[in-house]
Design a protein around this ligand. Structure first.
Ligand code: E4P
Length: 220
């Protein structure tokens, strides 16, 4: 299973790459705004971090676009900037069509804002390289998410689609594990969730106990 960092903060991304060998990055307009840098500056900096690797970086088209031809035009412009860029498009009617057209031009896309298995199925049919079911937002809305991811992976596996499933907006380590058990290919999460998935309070408690025993024991 692969892990993408959901961030546009270059210091976070560099840290996560060095410490955890993350497999890629997903960005969205909120992440870019939080970075405090212009869109083009921040995506260029992220591309430089991953230059020479095959790790994907999802970059989102202008979310105001509602014409698929404009989405394709912007997607092609972004894709020309870096071989690592994957074009993130919304799960709207023009977004699906843009995915199809970009796939025909051999440009990878990531269908984002996916909240139903039917949307995920259509993303796969239209040739999306990645599909991003948003579990955190869905769960906040009081909806069940484990069965949702199960359905998306079952559809992909049954019909042999090549689309990789990115479980997005994971909020805790349990959701990461559930996604792995469901057979999702990738989880994308922010830095705090990522960090928590390596930790457990008992590890710290146990380490403290062992340190005390160590200190009470002669070395030789
Ligand atoms: C995924 O690709 C999205 O960028 C992301 O998961 C959105 O959710 P969040 O920013 O609320 O975590």
């Amino acid at each position: 299973m692969k892990f993408f960092l959901d961030s546009a903060m270059t210091d976070e991304i560099k840290y996560a790459l060095e410490m955890w060998d993350i497999d890629g990055v997903t960005t969205n307009p909120r992440h870019v705004q939080v970075s405090g840098k212009p869109f083009m500056t921040v995506i260029t900096e992220i591309a430089e971090i991953f230059a020479g690797t095959d790790k994907p970086i999802s970059v989102e088209v202008n979310p105001h676009l509602d014409d698929w031809t404009e989405m394709v035009k912007e997607g092609k412009k972004l894709a020309a900037m870096s071989p690592n860029f994957v074009i993130k498009l919304p799960a709207t009617e023009p977004g699906f069509k843009a995915v199809f057209e970009l796939a025909a031009a051999d440009i990878k896309s990531n269908l984002t804002l996916v909240f139903s298995a039917a949307q995920a199925l259509q993303a796969m049919r239209m040739g999306a390289a990645y599909v991003s079911p948003f579990i955190g937002w869905k769960e906040s809305n009081g909806e069940e998410v484990t069965h949702f991811v199960d359905e998306v992976t079952a559809i992909r596996n049954t019909f042999g689609f090549e689309t990789e499933i990115i479980v997005a907006a994971a909020r805790n380590a349990r959701q990461i594990v559930n996604s792995a058990v469901s057979g999702a290919d990738i989880v994308t999460a922010g830095m705090p969730v990522f960090r928590d998935s390596f930790a457990h309070p008992y590890t710290d408690v146990g380490l403290g106990k062992f340190q005390a025993f160590w200190d009470d024991t002669p070395y030789e």
